[in-house]
Design a protein around this ligand. Structure first.
Ligand SMILES: [Zn+2]
Length: 61
């Protein structure tokens, strides 16, 4: 896997080279770090979960 390949982050939509792959989707370092530190009470957390669910639905459909 080429780590240098630029991919669009599913959270922020920005093309990034650094990040993690979940299933066949990509989350950039910044968003991944933000997810880890996001409090469950925060609205953003629900946004992340919503985005994640879309991935699972797509992949398991
Ligand atoms: Zn991102």
């Amino acid at each position: 896997m080429d780590e240098r390949t630029e991919r669009n982050c599913i959270i922020c939509g920005e093309p990034k080279t650094e990040g993690i792959h979940i299933v066949s989707e990509f989350i950039c370092d910044a968003c991944e770090a933000e997810m880890v530190h996001t409090d469950v009470q925060e609205e953003k957390y629900h946004f992340f979960i919503h985005q994640m669910k879309q991935i699972w639905v797509q992949k398991n459909a």
